[in-house]
Design a protein around this ligand. Structure first.
Ligand SMILES: Nc1ncnc2c1ncn2[C@@H]1O[C@H](COP(=O)(O)OP(=O)(O)OP(=O)(O)O)[C@@H](O)[C@H]1O
Length: 201
């Protein structure tokens, strides 16, 4: 499997946000994208998730079964955590597993992995910001997907949460997965490649 950006250029609001961005990632690779506010980090992740068309260049995901769509192999964890407050933590994971195709960990095991084993039956609306973030992380586990696109994954996480995130990322990479993270934090993942996007407006 390879995830490639080929001379990707994207305009937003009549401003060229990404200009000729290229990279080529293989199994186990992690790319950490930094840059000032407005530099285009989230824009890049949305393009890699096939949610935003490129004005020039293209995103290529190679090595997946021909009968599948590239977007089916991608997880995008964005700023909006997509947690349904009226559902319990476990019900949220059941919902995501159903929507995203399942074939991953049991929801209860995924909650344990993110340190929320005690909170499965709580309505998500009462979870703290960091707990909601952890619940979003558990989504990565209940539906297995080869490419993880993580937008500001460190937001609201405490030291334990950051260490669990690093553990999940390391496990995914060791199984041949690819991770692209946009962040202002120093994630310190071993062997990460860093890319700095341009100037903000
Ligand atoms: N839907 C949109 N319409 C017009 N402009 C947009 C739209 N979405 C984003 N932009 C602009 O694109 C630029 C890049 O935004 P983006 O969210 O990718 O930046 P970022 O690097 O992720 O920033 P931050 O560090 O603040 O999260 C910004 O100038 C933003 O205002």
């Amino acid at each position: 499997m390879r995830l490639k950006a080929e001379r990707l250029s994207i305009e937003r609001g009549e401003r060229l946000v990404l200009r000729g961005v290229s990279f080529d990632l293989g199994p186990g690779d992690a790319l950490v994208v930094t840059g000032p506010n407005g530099a285009g980090k989230s824009t890049l992740l949305r393009a890699l998730a096939y949610l935003l068309p490129a004005d020039e260049g293209r995103v290529v995901l190679e090595g997946m079964p021909e009968e599948t769509l590239p977007a089916e192999h991608v997880h995008l964890l964005g700023h909006a955590d997509a947690v349904k407050g009226a559902l319990t933590a476990l019900e949220n994971l059941d919902l995501w597993a159903g929507l995203l195709g399942g074939s991953g960990s049991e929801p209860s095991d995924a909650l344990e992995a993110v340190g929320l084993g005690h909170a499965g039956d709580l309505p998500a609306s009462v979870l703290s910001a960091g707990q909601r973030r952890r619940l979003s992380m558990a989504r990565l586990l209940v539906a297995r997907r080869a490419v993880w696109l993580l937008d500001e994954p460190a937001t609201a996480l405490d030291t334990d949460g950051l260490s669990r995130l690093a553990h999940l990322v390391a496990g995914h990479r060791s199984e041949g997965g690819i991770v692209v993270a946009a962040t202002h934090a120093d994630l310190g993942w071993p062997g990460e490649t860093r890319m700095v996007l341009g100037q903000a407006v």
